[in-house]
Ligand binder design. Structure first.
Ligand code: WTA
Length: 668
């Protein structure tokens, strides 16, 4: 029986007690008895033959031609999984299930922000994906051509992705929260031939005129977008849209006109499935390129086993947005390859009210729920009374992703949402890794709040020292690295092999992938991921580069200089804090601050706006002129300052401290 769910002061007291105990959590006997993996022997088996282990998992997919080589590692770090094999991703997500008689199974219970609903079966997907694939072909899209997708969380986004996969056209999905400027830039750098977008999007009861905004952005460029032939427009949110003759086509019209039959063509395992731009250490986003056979194998296996999925009975819900890797792997490809039934929600967790997620768990009887720590912390703020309004007893497993989860949020999630009976899997991975690599397996884990558990079977993750890349003693902090290729590993950075090698392999050589996170492995082998070691900030689980935000800020004409850091934040994990110096003649007014915020929203998206802007007369720099962000972080977090002797002008720090204190008192 589930324990009674506490709220208010009783809940606080219970969480404090559990925090004090520092306990670990085992699955219940019931959970274990029916778990897909309930034996730790799988680690030894995978370790004995890692490539063989993944070959066995690849066998769960439909291949047109079986591979000849499990892993071609003759040219590291360019690895080729399942070389010689051919397959089609959309066939594996849809056709084979329909052929197996599962056409009537629900793929998505879609729930709109306005309360409207759609039930989409595998047969529905089969019909729509074929038409959409033919529509793309009719527009001249061929295998290898890039198709951009900028859509809200609506069923068409899944259809669009699978249609691209069906014809071998890599999709380049841009998260709906990015600004049109960021979208157009990503289309430009990937030479997208077609962009699929929506007339409008719903944003918490308001309507954003997405197509108009995209048009304006393209028109503002002298050369427009030379490679872009067509904009395919999904009509949504009752939105009409300006349509440019000869360039713009309505999605519904082109699907209606398309041939209903589009056979799935087989592509080599290594064929690019998608590009997803992510933030790195510089202002230029990285085009992370994923292949097909390896990616699908890793995603399918982890979705099944990390979440102990029983496709016949489970109702899966990943609350991410499809525009991020979590959405690609665990809203689209993973669940569909496993013939799962998912919930897909268009809106935000606080619209139309802060219990909407729990209302939907009850309505659709969701059994597995996967979200981010930042969302859990928001729910904590809204209070345990919100979920208490709904029957959450259908839930049997919970997941977390995107950033380290603080133990208190873990315990709250466990007690308030999981009724103290659901195991939690804290899953560590990245856009680059394609799928989960470190996570407890729920049927065997001894889960510790705050730890992502052991590397999955077949995965070789280590914590090493900075200087030589040697494994540090258990319990010590170091750099997280991956010592062995895994199937969902990125192929390269799109059109930039040099940056691929430089970013991930220049530190310790071509057989050691540098993750970019600091971590500690405890004596049991469980990983505690601490956070990024580079200039990447994780705001509410969204990856941002400090350089990207800085370049948006300095584009403002009044700004002379800016330095951006990630500051710890109770709510969002990290928050953007910007130190800004204005040109001599400009006053530091609220109006300028608002303009800077607006500039960031326009250049990147609203989610990247600084939480705090601190005016500064000067920034701490070394004698060679390099800004010392480490000192800015110390100052912003009120820590004792590290070594300031290398500064050109140590007095800058005292001045800055005054500004930070002034800002803090304004906020109080
Ligand atoms: C962080 C998201 C701690 C980490 C899937 C990583 C995590 C970055 C966890 C990748 C976790 C992700 N515990 N940190 N369970 N999951 N991270 O590419 O810093 O958006 O490098 O992929 O998020 O972010 P990305």
């Amino acid at each position: 029986m589930a324990a009674e769910r506490l709220t208010g002061a009783a809940l606080e007291a219970e969480l404090d007690r559990l925090l004090g105990e520092g306990s670990a959590f085992q699955p219940s006997e019931d959970f274990k008895a029916s778990a897909l993996i309930s034996d730790t022997g799988i680690w030894d088996a995978a370790e004995a033959d890692p490539v063989g282990f993944w070959e066995e998992q690849a066998g769960a997919l439909d291949w047109n031609t079986r591979w000849t080589t499990g892993l071609d590692d003759s040219n590291p770090p360019f690895y080729k999984w399942f070389d010689g094999g051919t397959l089609n991703a959309s066939h594996n997500c849809v056709d084979r299930h329909v052929e197996a008689g599962l056409g009537e199974r629900v793929a998505y219970h879609w729930h709109g922000e306005d309360g409207s609903t759609q039930t989409i079966t595998y047969a529905d997907l089969h019909r729509d994906v074929q038409r959409a694939a033919n529509a793309l072909k009719d527009l001249g899209v061929k295998a290898g051509d890039v198709v951009g997708i900028y859509l809200p969380m609506i069923p068409e986004v899944v259809v669009a992705m699978l249609a691209c996969a069906r014809i071998g056209a890599p999709h380049n999905v841009v998260f709906g929260g990015f600004s049109p400027q960021a979208v157009v830039e990503r289309m430009e750098v990937s030479d997208a031939k077609v962009l699929i977008t929506a007339s409008a999007a719903r944003r918490k009861g308001k309507t954003a005129e997405v197509k108009q905004q995209v048009d304006d952005e393209i028109a503002s460029r002298a050369e427009g977008l030379p490679a872009l032939d067509t904009i395919l427009v999904v009509r949504h949110a009752d939105g009409d849209a300006p349509m440019t003759e000869g360039r713009d086509v309505w999605w519904h019209e082109s699907l209606a006109a398309a041939d209903p039959v589009c056979p799935a063509e087989a592509f080599p395992a290594d064929h690019p499935l998608f590009i997803l731009y992510s933030s790195g250490s510089t202002a230029k986003p990285k085009g992370i390129l994923h292949g097909t056979g390896g990616y699908l194998t890793g995603v399918a296996w982890t979705h099944l086993n990390v979440f102990d999925l029983k496709p016949e009975t489970d109702v899966w819900w990943c609350s991410a947005d499809v525009g991020w890797i979590t959405g690609h792997s665990y809203i689209v490809y993973g669940p569909l390859m496993n013939a799962a039934t998912s919930v897909m929600y268009e809106g935000a967790p606080d619209y139309p009210h802060t219990a909407i997620w729990w209302e939907l768990v009850e309505k659709y009887k969701a059994t597995i729920f996967y979200t981010a720590p930042t969302a859990i912390r928001a729910c904590m703020k809204w209070g345990a009374e919100e979920p208490a309004k709904h029957d959450l007893s259908s839930l049997r497993l919970l997941g977390s992703v995107g950033e380290p989860i603080n133990p208190k949020a873990w315990l709250w999630y466990h007690h308030v949402i999981g009724g103290s009976k659901c195991p939690i899997v804290d899953t560590w991975w990245q856009t680059e890794t394609g799928h989960i690599l470190i996570s407890p397996l729920p049927g065997v884990a001894n889960a510790k709040p705050g730890s992502a558990g052991r590397p999955l079977p077949g995965v070789l993750a280590e914590v090493v020292d900075e200087a030589e890349g040697k494994e540090v003693e258990r319990g010590n902090q170091g750099l997280l690295v991956l010592r062995r290729p895994w199937p969902g590993m990125l192929k390269t950075l799109y059109r930039d092999d040099d940056r691929f090698i430089e970013t991930y392999f220049s530190r310790f050589g071509n057989d050691t992938y540098l993750v970019g996170d600091a971590a500690r492995q405890d004596p049991d082998g469980d990983m505690w991921v601490i956070g990024r070691i580079d200039d990447v900030v994780n705001v509410s689980g969204h990856r941002l580069s400090t350089a990207e935000v800085e370049s948006a800020i300095v584009a403002h004409p009044a700004v002379a200089e800016a330095a951006v850091i990630g500051q710890s934040d109770e709510q969002s994990g990290q928050a953007i804090c910007a130190f800004v110096t204005l040109e001599g003649s400009h006053e530091t007014t609220d109006a300028v601050m608002a303009e800077i915020n607006e500039a960031v929203a326009e250049r990147i998206g609203k989610f990247a706006r600084p939480k705090r802007i601190i005016w500064s007369d000067d920034l701490p720099k070394t004698r060679s002129g390099k800004i010392m962000r480490r000192l800015l972080r110390d100052i912003a977090e009120g820590r004792a300052l590290g070594d300031v002797t290398t500064l050109r002008d140590p007095a800058v720090m005292a001045e800055l401290q005054k500004h930070v204190a002034a800002r803090a008192s304004e906020e109080d």
